[in-house]
Design a protein around this ligand. Sequence first.
Ligand SMILES: Cc1ncc(COP(=O)(O)O)c(C=O)c1O
Length: 481
Amino acid sequence: MRTIFDYQKSSGTGGILPKLDVPKCGTTDLLPRELIRRSEPRIPNLSEPEVVRHYTALSKLNYGVDDGFYPLGSCTMKYNPKVNEDVAGLPGFSSVHPATDPELAQGSLSVVYEMSRLLAGIAGMADVTLQPAAGAHGEVTGMFLIKRYFEARGETQRTRILLPDSAHGTNPASAATAGFSVTEIRSGADGLVDLNALSGELDDTVAGMMLTVPNTLGIFEENIVKITAMVHAAGGLCYFDGANLNAFLGHARPGDMGADVFHFNLHKTMSSPHGGGGPGSGPVAVSEVLVPFLPVPRVKLDGEHYVLDWEEPQSIGSMQSFYGNFGVFLKAYAYILTLGDEGLHEAGENAVLNANYLQERLKKTYKLPYDRLCKHEFVLTGKGVAEGISTLDIAKRLIDYGFHPPTIYFPLIVHEALMIEPTETESKETLDRFTEALEKIASEAREDPQLLHDAPHTAPTRRLDQTRAARYPIMTYPFGE
Ligand SMILES: Cc1ncc(COP(=O)(O)O)c(C=O)c1O
């Protein structure tokens, strides 16, 4: 595939500019001399059709959620209604500058305020900050809140965060970034936190426990109320990673289960595709004891006016410039209002129904190490399908059948993991086609393993040398200088 710079020799023109009606640059002293260009810019000189064709061809090489099924476990890509993009693009919202005087931005501030109230209601918690720009950023924010809470209480010996081995990969990194040390708690054979192992670690050096809810096996901690009570009794706080909220959206509230901090991944649950580098939004909900520590500025309602409050003496400070990724939570706001209580409840129900339907069908062909009712996702293993076949082979062959592969080799507690999350937006027909493709691949693995080793056969690029690509990436275009 050529880059746009490979077309440089064309002599076309991309547009017709109006006649110059200001002094020509370089003929006046308006610009400092060092800023004046001395040579032609090295950009391709292309006609409009050439540019359009180049980018159209590039877009066809891509695979997105608008092309087909994208069952990435943990990093969900679900279809999101386009109308919410229109809402986020309304000029009154998209052109307001974040530094606008609050008196002139009352509409936008009302969205910030109302959205945090809606999310607090969904989480069953006291208050919410919308500042974090992603899930992991929400985790770090939550960890800072917990840290500041214990500093305020003079309990600075609480330096440990407990984490199950089934936690999401970003959890330990977030705890460490906030200056905590991490103690791993093993899971039992049922994929749930081992309560004896937990009890053995609880003492006055524990600041809290971080639980991915449901965990990365797609299993809900059925002892969750017992776990939060144990951590609270030891003086610690409970962090729930709520990026998998689809699994219990509108059915249960983390606040009622004992969470002190809960982060949302709005870009997974509420109308914004996850992946591709964002932008995302990871609002953090907190229980009453953590409200004084929330980031500033806080958007508050003073009579009938929305105001910015910077005067929170115990706040951890700002986690983002301004208030967060406004466009992303605007889409989520439209999504919540469109669906209402009933629609959100149904979205959660369908996410779980779709995952269980796929799990039941696929476990006949692929091994399911933790065989129990799942929530929003489940984890198979590619091991044992056929001699010499790896999960990577299976994932790459799926591309030939027109599907984006699921997440592979995560979570680490399942060998050769294939982590599948269908989401609530897929039809039974799509799930059936996906199942049939995986069944066919399992037969191919036994009959013609080389077909899988060489896959993908139909993608624009074949299998890459991933180590080389990671170690020696080419990040700049060689201009031949
Ligand atoms: C359970 C869980 N926690 C945390 C994250 C991190 O979120 P982000 O990628 O937005 O930082 C993810 C990502 O999808 C996740 O699935």
